[in-house]
Design a binder for this molecule. Structure first.
Ligand SMILES: [Zn+2]
Length: 172
């Protein structure tokens, strides 16, 4: 187990506990709702069909609300992973200079599904760097682990998130 993974995993757990007050979340929607209440801003989950073979998500922070787009044609677990990842960007406050930031890769994949106004808003924004992507991925892994513990959701033993989850395991 890498020390950095462990530290990052513990930061994610703290972030979630600060918002939920416990580890009792049973669905990703529940976690989204609690972050929304904490921030006093609505978080809208919007299902989309991404054009490429790689399902993904996108977080857009507007003046009045946060929007998380997610691929709807995927397994519940993967949906949790996608939403958890985007919520991770939100939870870690991945914004700079009061500008919203977006996933460049995700934006490219999702662009055909977004309306022109949203696309316009996205240009000129900053993009997440690799450490931010890692934080978002860790957040998703920790959230999925908490949800799996509380709801007996089967875990996917093959995916990268599961490997990361094992790396950050401990302390629950
Ligand atoms: Zn990301």
């Amino acid at each position: 187990m890498r020390t950095n993974d462990l530290i990052l995993g513990q930061r994610c757990k703290r972030l979630i506990r600060q918002v939920t007050g416990s580890n009792s979340i049973r669905t990703i929607d529940e976690l989204v709702q609690q972050f929304s209440e904490r921030n006093g801003r609505s978080i809208t989950l919007i299902p989309v069909q991404t054009p490429a073979a790689t399902p993904c998500g996108l977080w857009i922070s507007t003046q009045h609300e946060d929007r998380i787009y997610y691929e709807e044609r995927t397994s519940p677990l993967h949906r949790h992973q996608i939403i958890g990842h985007e919520l991770g960007h939100l939870a870690f406050n991945h914004q700079s200079n009061n500008q919203s930031a977006i996933d460049l890769h995700a934006a490219q994949l999702l662009m055909p599904n977004l309306d022109p106004e949203l696309i316009r808003q996205m240009f000129g924004r900053t993009y997440f760097d690799a450490p931010q992507e890692r934080e978002a991925e860790a957040f998703a892994a920790v959230a999925i682990k908490m949800i799996a513990r509380n709801s007996n959701t089967p875990r996917n033993k093959d995916c990268a998130t599961e490997r990361f989850t094992q790396a950050v395991e401990g302390g629950f």
